[in-house]
Design a protein around this ligand. Structure first.
Ligand code: PHE
Length: 516
């Protein structure tokens, strides 16, 4: 404010050391005062209210010894003042002086007082020779204390420096001009026009902050998709562009029948045990499936049929009605395949698609289908860096007449190729519901090794024929987790940083779109 008022009167301030800070008698010559001035100038400069030039100077400040001299007098003056006037009292001995001031001060003071002709020797002691002295050292220091320099010049300054009473410091002072936004008011310019300003009329006299069209906008906050959802979207698009339809997968809770029995998983299979599957106690039982179908499924397990010898193991109805959290989305695929076969079973279903068979073949009701799902599954597993008790499965199912293993392999090559996985390998594997079964391995260039990316196979006749599919209908399917490709893609090596309470919201917000 002081600077602005000064400028208002004088247009420029030649030397900021001439400003008198209110409450202080002397102008702001000291180094500290100029540091305060610089702070004010910078804040005014940022609002274009002033411009200023900086001048470098070296100034002097007192050392602690120098401050003491400025306060109490120089060593020589203090020695002098402790002595009697010549002929008017007993001379003071060096020992007495030392007792009063300490050896160091006396040595310097005595020597300099002698040199100045202020004191003389008398007997064993000293007396004053001059009755009045001028303590120039102290006066010089006082001048330096208030102005940072000495009018009398560099020689004395050098002498005082040598005596370690002052030290040199770099300092600055400034010449200040009015800036384009000069005003004597330091009130911050308004950024908003308010109702109050309108009613009071203050809007007429207020200054307003200019729009800064170059300013970067504040980043907007909003929801963002989890990496899993991004990759899910990407995979969903691959399925859709390959002509697949999405299966309904809303039922996380399934019965033992649909999750296992319908898939020809033996009732004694280890996957059914509580260590692997979460069972539900309430409600205790599922509804029974459609009786005709149930009869066929239980028969193929117990005694065989449709060209199979079956497992010939005891069959438990109770096992089929247990409720559980589905361990794979193939349970949902089983529902859909059963539904797809409805027309083959002679049920009346609305489906206006044309029959798909060889020319002249009688319409047995079968219609080809390509289905997919991406949804959550649950396994009672010990969790670790790569396993959680729940994860997502991607599953594709293709039903058509006379499909072969080559069709499955070809399909998967195209599918994984669209996911960016160009190098795939297949390894014979085992699933209770597919024969043959293939594990899919992809070469991971970053990891420099083959990693398992999925599981697949041709569904068994033991599964398809009880549903009512004609014998020439083959269904192949494949499944993979959504987490694995997501982790590989985002370079995440611990699944707990992808899901759960250790997930970083910021990391999710900043995760890039998947590369497709
Ligand atoms: N259900 C299998 C799994 O959980 C995947 C799969 C689906 C295999 C369809 C073959 C056919 O790994």
């Amino acid at each position: 404010q002081l600077i602005l008022d000064n400028l208002d009167v004088h247009t420029t301030i030649q030397d900021t050391r001439s400003i008198v800070i209110p409450g202080q008698s002397e102008p702001a010559v000291s180094r500290d005062a100029q540091i305060t001035v610089l702070g004010a100038l910078n804040s005014l400069l940022s609002r274009d209210m002033v411009h200023f030039d900086t001048h470098e100077i070296t100034s002097h400040v007192l050392t602690s010894e120098g401050s003491q001299v400025a306060l109490e007098g120089s060593h020589e003056a203090r020695v002098w003042s402790a002595l009697p006037t010549k002929g008017q009292g007993a001379p003071v001995t060096p020992a007495q002086l030392e007792k009063q001031f300490g050896g160091e001060l006396v040595q310097v003071g005595q020597r300099r007082a002698f040199k100045n002709g202020w004191i003389g020797k008398e007997g064993a002691g000293f007396v004053q020779i001059l009755s009045t002295i001028e303590d120039t050292t102290r006066m010089d220091l006082l001048e330096i204390q208030s102005s940072g320099t000495l009018k009398s010049g560099e020689r004395t300054l050098a002498d005082l420096r040598k005596r370690k009473l002052i030290v040199q410091r770099k300092g600055q002072w400034f010449t200040v001009h009015k800036g384009p936004n000069f005003s004597t008011s330091t009130a911050k310019p308004e950024t908003d026009l308010t109702v109050d300003m309108l009613t009071s009329g203050a809007w007429k006299t207020s200054t307003y902050k200019k729009y800064n069209f170059e300013a970067e906008g504040a980043p907007t906050t909003g929801g963002s998709l989890h990496p899993l959802l991004k990759v899910r979207e990407e995979i969903r698009n691959i399925f859709l562009e390959m002509g697949f339809a999405e299966m309904p997968t809303g039922s996380f809770v399934e019965s033992g029948f649909w999750c296992f029995d319908a898939l020809f998983v033996p009732q004694q299979h280890p996957a059914r045990e509580v260590q692997d599957t979460f069972y539900i106690s309430d409600p205790p039982r599922s509804l029974d499936p459609e009786p005709e179908y149930y009869k066929k499924v239980s028969m193929v397990h117990e005694r065989g049929g449709f060209g199979s010898t079956g497992y010939r193991a005891p069959w438990s109805h109770e096992e089929t009605t247990k409720l559980l959290l589905r361990t794979h989305t193939t349970a949902s695929s089983a529902h859909m395949l059963y539904k797809l076969a409805a027309r083959c079973r002679g049920e009346d279903v609305e489906d206006d698609r044309p029959a798909a068979g060889k020319e002249g073949q009688k319409d047995d009701g079968f219609r080809p289908a390509k289905l997919f799902s991406i949804d959550r599954v649950f396994r009672n597993e010990t969790t670790d860096a790569t396993h959680l008790a729940e994860f997502h499965q991607v599953e594709g199912v293709v039903a058509d007449r006379n499909l072969t293993l080559a069709d499955l392999i070809g399909f998967m090559k195209v599918f994984f190729g669209k996911m960016g996985i160009k190098q795939v390998r297949f390894k014979p594997a085992y699933n209770p519901y597919t024969e043959p079964s293939l594990e899919i391995f992809a070469f991971h260039p970053m990891l420099d090794r083959w990693v398992e990316v999925g599981n697949s196979g041709m569904f068994r006749p033991e599964m398809l024929e009880p549903m009512g599919f004609p014998k020439d209908v083959r269904v192949h399917g494949w499944g993979l987790s959504l987490e694995r490709p997501t982790m590989i893609r985002y370079g995440i090596n611990n699944i707990r940083t992808l899901l759960g309470h250790k997930t970083s919201i910021e990391g999710i917000e900043n995760s890039p779109a998947p590369m497709l």
